[in-house]
Design a protein around this ligand. Structure first.
Ligand SMILES: NC(=O)c1ccc[n+]([C@@H]2O[C@H](COP(=O)([O-])OP(=O)(O)OC[C@H]3O[C@@H](n4cnc5c(N)ncnc54)[C@H](OP(=O)(O)O)[C@@H]3O)[C@@H](O)[C@H]2O)c1
Length: 228
C-alpha cells in the first residue's frame, strides 16, 4: 500500500522556489497541516540547507533542517526523515539523527549507490534502503516506508526535481503551494516542477480543494491530483 503523498512548497507567482522571502514560522505552521509520518527530502535540498552533510567531518555550517526547521517537539513523536540519495552525496547524514524534530533518519539509496557509502551509513546507525538503479525507485521505497514503518502520510520537502519525478510517476495525492506576491524573473532551474523530458501526455491535472488568503497578499492553494 502506498502512503498519502503531499507536496508543500512556497513559491513566487512565477513558480520560482528561490528569490523568496519565506516566513519560516508560517511555512512550518502550514506544513504541519498534514501531521506527516515521514518527511521526504531531496538530496539537493539537504545540501542547500546543510552543506555540512556532504562531508564526513562536521563543520560549523549546519543549520536546523532542510529549510532551517527548528522546533521543540519531542523527537520520539516526530516524523521520520527520509532522504533520496542514490549517489551517496550525503555521508554525514547520521548527524541529522540528533535533530530535535525527526524521530530518525533513513537514507533512500539505489542498487547503484557506492557500497562504501552504504557501509558507512550502516556503521553510523542510519537505516539504508536500496531500491532501483541507477536512481531510487520511489514507488518501492514509499511502499517500504508504509509496510516497514507504518508511514501513512508523507510530506515532500524538495525542489522541482524530486517533485517532478514523483508527479510523473503518479505518486502525489496533493499539491500545496504558498504563493508569495512577487515575480522573481530571470533564468533558473529552481522551478516548482522540473521535467526536462516531459511529453504532452505528462501534464498533471489538478482539482482545487482550498484557497486561503493572508494579509500580506500570500495565497495558500491546495489541490488534489485529479486522477489519484
Ligand atoms: N521554496 C520551497 O518551498 C522549497 C522547498 C524545498 C526545497 N527548496 C529549494 O529547492 C532547491 C533544490 O531543488 P532541486 O530540484 O535542485 O533538488 P531536490 O528536489 O531537493 O533534489 C533532487 C532529488 O531528486 C532525486 N531524483 C532526481 N531524478 C530522479 C529520478 N529519476 N528518480 C528518483 N529520484 C530522482 C535526486 O536523487 P539523487 O540524489 O539520487 O540523484 C534528489 O534526491 C534548493 O535550493 C532548496 O532550497 C525550496
Amino acid at each position: 500500500m502506498l502512503p498519502r503523498v503531499v507536496v508543500h512548497n512556497e513559491m513566487s507567482l512565477d513558480a520560482r522556489l528561490d528569490g523568496l522571502d519565506v516566513d519560516m514560522g508560517r511555512f512550518y505552521a502550514l506544513a504541519g497541516t498534514w501531521h506527516e509520518d515521514c518527511t521526504l527530502v531531496g538530496s539537493e535540498t539537504i545540501l542547500a540547507a546543510m552543506p555540512d552533510i556532504g562531508s564526513v567531518e562536521p563543520s560549523d555550517a549546519a543549520s536546523g533542517g532542510p529549510a532551517g526547521q527548528q522546533t521543540d517537539e519531542a523527537s520520539s513523536a516526530g516524523p521520520l526523515l527520509a532522504v533520496v540519495d542514490s549517489r551517496g552525496r550525503l555521508p554525514g547524514l547520521a548527524r541529522l539523527r540528533g535533530q530535535p524534530y525527526w524521530r530518525d533518519v533513513i537514507a533512500l539509496c539505489s542498487e547503484s549507490t557506492p557500497r562504501e557509502h552504504v557501509d558507512r551509513l550502516e556503521a553510523d546507525g542510519v537505516e539504508c534502503v536500496q531500491a532501483g538503479a541507477p536512481r531510487v525507485d520511489l514507488r518501492r521505497v514509499l511502499e517500504y516506508l508504509a509496510d516497514r514503518h507504518q508511514v501513512r502520510v508523507v510530506r515532500v520537502d524538495a525542489g522541482g526535481s524530486l517533485v517532478g519525478v514523483l508527479l510523473r510517476e503518479g505518486l502525489v495525492d496533493e499539491v500545496s503551494v504558498a504563493v508569495e506576491p512577487r515575480l522573481v524573473g530571470g533564468e533558473s532551474h529552481r522551478w516548482l516542477v522540473r521535467a526536462p523530458d516531459a511529453e504532452p501526455d505528462d501534464v498533471v491535472q489538478l482539482s482545487l480543494r482550498e484557497v486561503e488568503r493572508f494579509e500580506d497578499g500570500m495565497l495558500w492553494l491546495r489541490y488534489d491530483v485529479a486522477d489519484r
